[in-house]
Write a protein that binds this ligand. Structure first.
Ligand SMILES: *Cc1c(COP(=O)(O)O)cnc(C)c1O
Length: 425
């Protein structure tokens, strides 16, 4: 099989050893998938999901029963009071922007406690980008941030100190690493911070950017103290089947505010035609626990393989995970591009193209993206992206099935070997 893939014997042998060493971790991932799958099933049962809910609406989309039931199912799975799940969100950034504009008012301050947020949010906040784009800052919202502590945890003392300023009305937490060289925060860490923050300032609104985090643990931040959390449906909770969209979940009063921002004040969630998207969103959520498990196994395999090949990887194979992202440090542009070329070659779609770096809107540096996916830009499907900046770290994630994810990772290692860029072996 490896020969057919074009993988050298020594790499194949190494990969078998690496996989054997991961067997305990893989068992734990399977157990997690089981736990989350049951949670999803129970939410479908409780909400009596039925064929009629898959019928789409048109026009205004009044009385779209499927849309309302989908919201209830997501809320139940996530342990939230309420949820807004819409294909109308163009992605995670849009849902996060709707959330921030839904919650923040002029004169108030948003406090990020995980340092600089994900690249695309800088323009939403107004830290970068064109004047006139309508950022939060243009509307009189202030922003402040507390950097993560050197050990990668929330600097609780510094963050709580900021809460003594009554202008600070909301706290922003990014769970996953995004394009930063940092670790993901566990749900337990987020929970502990939420408890401390609410003790200091009972009225504070806590917003979690939950992108890439869903189903990597057995509970989500809005079940453990966050008021709102936001994620993309072309990542974990869409199960690789949602064609587009995102969700906002959390406390009812705040989800309602976000709904008014998504459509219009006074109209809120009563409208929004679902066209033919309901079935895919229900089906995607149903698959999400096992698809996320495949993605976790794929990155565990990549982490262990590339660590064995002498690379600095994060997380390491034995570290706990709270997102599906893996970073591998390549130190050179050529090695990074070779890795991405291999990942692309392993994709089911567009396997024959070579990814080239380009200046993507919303990002500071040139970005290279390897993704041969059924859904454009979907990163629950095997994908690797990297900003072209020191230390040439690749951020890889996804894998709809573990065997396909593993093949892609092996092809990436083989591509480095072919180019004579492998550190070891
Ligand atoms: C992907 C991501 C986003 C933005 O989502 P898009 O769907 O790409 O707009 C925001 N935050 C984090 C941490 C992400 O990983």
């Amino acid at each position: 099989m490896y020969e057919r893939l074009g993988i050298d014997k020594d790499l194949a042998v190494l990969s078998q050893r690496v996989e054997r060493e991961l067997s305990e971790r893989f068992c734990a991932v399977d157990a997690l998938a089981e736990e989350n799958q049951v949670k999803v099933l129970q939410a479908f049962w409780e909400n009596r999901v039925s064929e009629t809910h898959f019928a789409g609406s048109t026009g205004y989309g009044y009385n779209d029963r499927g849309r309302d039931v989908l919201d209830a199912v997501f809320a139940s799975v996530f342990g939230a009071e309420d949820a807004l799940v819409r294909h109308l969100f163009t992605g995670g950034t849009h849902a996060l922007a709707v959330t921030l504009f839904g919650v923040m008012r002029p004169g108030q301050t948003l406090l990020s406690v995980t340092g600089s947020p994900y690249d695309t949010l800088l323009e939403v906040i107004g830290l970068r980008g064109e004047p006139g784009a309508g950022s939060l800052m243009e509307f009189g919202v202030n922003y402040r941030e507390v950097a993560l502590a050197p050990d990668g945890r929330i600097d609780t003392e510094a963050a709580l100190g900021q809460l003594d300023d009554p202008a600070v009305s909301a706290v922003f937490i990014q769970r996953s690493r995004g394009y930063r060289i940092r670790r993901a925060l566990s749900v337990a860490e987020i929970e502990a911070f939420c408890r401390a923050a609410k003790e200091r300032r009972p009225g504070i609104v806590i917003i979690v950017d939950n992108c890439y985090g869903e189903f990597t643990e057995d509970r989500e931040p809005c079940a453990t103290g966050a008021d709102l959390m936001v994620g993309s449906l072309i990542k974990n909770p869409g199960g690789g089947l949602a064609d587009t969209g995102a969700y906002i979940a959390g406390r009812k009063e705040w989800v309602e505010r976000c709904a008014f921002r998504l459509t219009s004040p006074g109209i809120g969630r009563e409208v929004g035609a679902t066209l033919n998207q309901n079935r895919n969103m229900f089906r995607g959520l149903f698959f999400a626990p096992t698809v996320t498990a495949s993605a976790l196994k794929t990155v565990l395999f990549a982490s262990a393989l590339f660590q064995s090949l002498g690379y600095e990887v994060s997380p390491r194979p034995d570290e706990p995970r709270s997102d599906i992202v893996q970073t591998i440090r390549f130190k050179s542009r050529e090695a990074l591009l070779a890795f991405c070329k291999g990942i692309q070659a392993g994709a089911p779609v567009d396997s024959f193209v070579t990814p080239e770096p380009w200046a993507m809107p919303g990002y500071d540096d040139e970005v290279v993206m390897a993704s041969g996916s059924f859904v454009q830009g979907s990163s629950i499907e095997l994908s690797a992206d990297a900003p072209l900046r020191e230390p040439y770290c690749v951020f890889m994630q996804g894998g709809l099935t573990y065997p396909a994810g593993k093949a892609g990772v092996l092809l990436a290692a083989q591509e480095l070997k072919r180019a004579g860029l492998l550190q070891k072996g």
